[in-house]
Design a protein around this ligand. Sequence first.
Ligand code: PEP
Ligand code: MG
Length: 551
Amino acid sequence: MPEPSSPAPLRGIGVSPGAAAGPVLWVGEVPTLPAPTVVPDPVAEADRAVAALATVVTELGRRADRAREQTVADVLRAQAMMADDPVLADSLRAEVAAGQDAPHAIDTAFAGYRAVFEAAGGYLAERVADLDDLRDRAIAVCLGRPMPGVPSPGHPYVLAARDLAPADTVDLDPEQVVALVTEVGGPTSHTAILARALELPAVVGCADLRDLTEGTTVLVDGTTGLVESGLDAPTLAARVSAAARAADVGAVSGPGRTTDGHPVALLANVGSAREVPATGNAEGVGLFRTELLFLDRTREPGPDEQTAAYREVFSRMGGRRVVIRTLDAGADKPLPFLHQAPEPNPALGVRGLRVARRQPAVLRTQLEAIARAANDTGADVWVMAPMVATRAEAAGFAEAVRAAGLPKAGVMVEVPAAALRAAQLLEVVDFLSIGTNDLSQYTFAADRHSGDLAELLDPWQPALLRLIADAAAAGRAAGKPVGVCGEAAADPLLAPVLAGLGVTSLSMSGPALRPVRAALAERTFAECERLAKLALDADDPRHARTLVGAA
Ligand code: PEP
Ligand code: MG
């Protein structure tokens, strides 16, 4: 509990379970140059500019010393050497002598260097991004701001950011960063996916995060979505270890089931054979995103290459179920070899199964390759199509799957039309898999990558839960499986709700399996059904979480 005098907790969306405490440090943003100022003392001003650069050199050296990989250390040292060049210091002094203040002198001196590097071409031209980074760091120091990028203070801390992009996190050190908190972002944001992969507690969409002063010690609870400050040291320690005990679910093993044995298959999402080891004791693969194998291809991968890639995953799963999805190309995952015409609104355009309307041979080749790989390995292969909206599309796909000699055909429910007509889809396919990432996007008309719309994309939205409930009910009536394979499946608090709605499997990234398995094992199926009703009847996601959390 917060201390009587402690500030109210900040609320966001818990997207990666567990709790951790530490001082909040912000990702440094790239500084913008303020208006130029008059320089009363050029000598002191030049010293200020040169000292800023020296601070950058020292900081890069410290990061290189702590880097876990030699290549990272080498890159950081090379960058530090560029900043340590006496010629650069001389040009800074010259710019200040010509009347510029320190930040503008740094900007101009680096612009000169940059032009030389660009003109040289080749290796040097490729280093201009390093120069830009040095410039931004030195200007930030001059302005008294944190250097851009992920801090590396040499002690554990909670990383705070507006949002995190993949590029921000390449040198994130999981030994220093104990939790992630962002102002925007939703359960399918990059921050959420990264946090789950690194098994870091994370809260996203924490709108009031800026209210916390840099350095304030907070407790981040990635299960409840709360960020609390003002707790004393013993309380913090007790809360973190209680969360660790809750997360220590190693004792729960085996197939997913409720206390009274109602089965909910726990499956893993993968993009290639490399990810199979991380699936641990999953009961199978619930979503094999085949398009991720071929994102950089300008020519269609041939049948043999495809067969080999699928065979690798099938054989590594050793007879367990593998739900393989045919290419989900378009929108955020364009495949160059499909030569798709540009579209004004790609998320609503020719993507997923729709590509097969114009290029049926691509689907045929893929299904034949899947069938060959399935035969070679004897795997339990289920095949499903992305972005299906109608029964006719589902029937056409199922026919193509069976023509290839594959026994199990299904479709993803990512478009509200598919959820509304789940019963009709199940007349022609063997199973459904609900892709909550896209189903949220299309139900709420909210771009799934938009941090500003995170609340609409929250999987606890009662409208989304209603669509899931209806699709699951159709599955129950037809006696066919209906699973969830979007990021919603990875939320341990939501798992009993989804089970109670009638979902028969949950598929997620490897690290999420243990907490989800434990959450299911704590409830009877009747309790799950009660929680599902509470969530469905709630006014909004926050209310739904609170009701279910309290129950
Ligand atoms: C989904 O939309 O929920 C899904 C699982 O597919 P993807 O994230 O690959 O679009
Ligand atoms: Mg999708």
